[in-house]
Design a protein around this ligand. Structure first.
Ligand code: ZN
Length: 343
């Protein structure tokens, strides 16, 4: 019996309890890892601090060790990692937050050699999008996940598969210019989306150095801080526009907002849905394509990135009871407008 099974007090067939897949989500600050059973159940999870640069591979192995599970029956490992991922070579590069430059790091093959199981790499936001699809909305044809963290990027799942695009960069919306006269972005352009709605943009614009800037901003706004309210309003306004592009461009059933800002929940979702609802009331097109019920915040307690990474390695992840987004289809002949929503 595995350590996770002992912790959970489970008394089922040992086959069920064997760890078959690992899912790993390497973030700029923390690394999440989950162990998955043959039936897709999450057996165990752990979180450790990410080790950047030369520590990336040993840090990833440490994260796996933190699970404290037996890996004899392991068949696949999925790793979601920021930066440019080469799926064929199992390498990653150009991840500023991980201290990776232009030289490719052999993350996939190093972990594969250490564990003796197949390892698949995927861009972290795309892995989180797949996690959101499997856990929250497995019946949706098109799901868009937007990571609102240090930067801004979208992951798109179409017919259950991650959409990478012709250059492997589909969904890199953080550097779409939304304000040509806006602030200078790290990429060299002016007024990119991530200069307005990322966690780091909020921190810079507000001028308050706190860890969870979005949460602190929402608390200050709710307490009547008019400057915080102004910044939050502006963030919501740009999110409103972003949601419209994504819904129209991809024909999305559901758009899930994740990352530090996305997990804020109601302080973000309530005013955003209010805008969408108002527009839907005036426009039949908006009502069909981008109604308020299509936009969700990722549940903070579920490691969607790690679970999605396991799904990248073909783990049969199941929806989590109580977290699923249910979009009831209208009868045939009508548009796919949600008739009722249940959380
Ligand atoms: Zn930019």
């Amino acid at each position: 019996m595995t350590a996770a099974a002992r912790v959970l007090g489970l008394d089922r067939a040992s086959d069920h309890l064997a760890v078959r897949w690992l899912g790993i989500d390497i973030g700029g600050t923390t690394t999440d890892v989950v162990a998955i059973a043959s039936d897709g159940e999450v057996l165990s999870s752990a979180q450790v601090a990410t080790r950047p640069g030369a520590g990336l591979v040993p840090g990833t192995l440490e994260a796996i060790a933190a699970l404290d599970v037996e890996l004899d029956a392991l068949v696949g490992v999925g790793i979601g990692v920021p930066g440019q991922v080469d799926h064929e070579m199992g390498t990653v590069r150009l991840a500023v937050n991980l201290g990776l430059g232009a030289a490719p790091v052999r993350l996939g093959s190093a972990v594969q050699e250490a564990l003796g199981a197949r390892v698949v790499l995927e861009n972290d936001v795309r892995a989180a999008a797949l996690g959101a699809h499997r856990v929250l909305a497995p019946d949706t044809d098109v799901l868009v996940f937007v990571g609102l963290g240090t930067g801004v990027a979208a992951g798109v799942v179409i017919d259950g598969r991650p959409h990478r695009g012709a250059h492997g960069l589909a969904g890199e919306i953080g550097h779409v210019v939304v304000d040509p006269d806006g602030e200078l972005c790290g990429c060299g352009a002016q007024g990119c989306l991530e200069t307005v709605i990322s966690g780091s943009a909020v921190r810079r614009r507000w001028g308050v150095e706190v860890e969870a800037a979005g949460h602190a901003l929402a608390v200050a706004a709710a307490a009547g801080d008019t400057r915080a309210q102004g910044i939050l309003d502006d963030v919501v306004g740009h999110l409103d526009l972003m949601v419209q592009w994504l819904a129209h461009a991809y024909g999305a059933d559901v758009i899930v907002l994740g990352g530090g800002l996305g997990r804020l929940g109601d302080p973000l979702l309530t005013p955003l849905r209010h805008r969408l609802r108002e527009r839907a009331g005036r426009s039949d097109v908006a009502a069909r394509v981008v109604g308020p019920e299509r936009v969700w915040c990722a549940p903070a307690e579920i490691p969607l990135g790690a679970v999605g990474a396991a799904a990248v390695a073909d783990a049969p992840i199941r929806p989590i009871e109580g977290a699923a987004i249910r979009l009831a289809r209208r009868p045939e002949g009508r548009d796919g407008l949600p008739a009722s929503i249940k959380t």
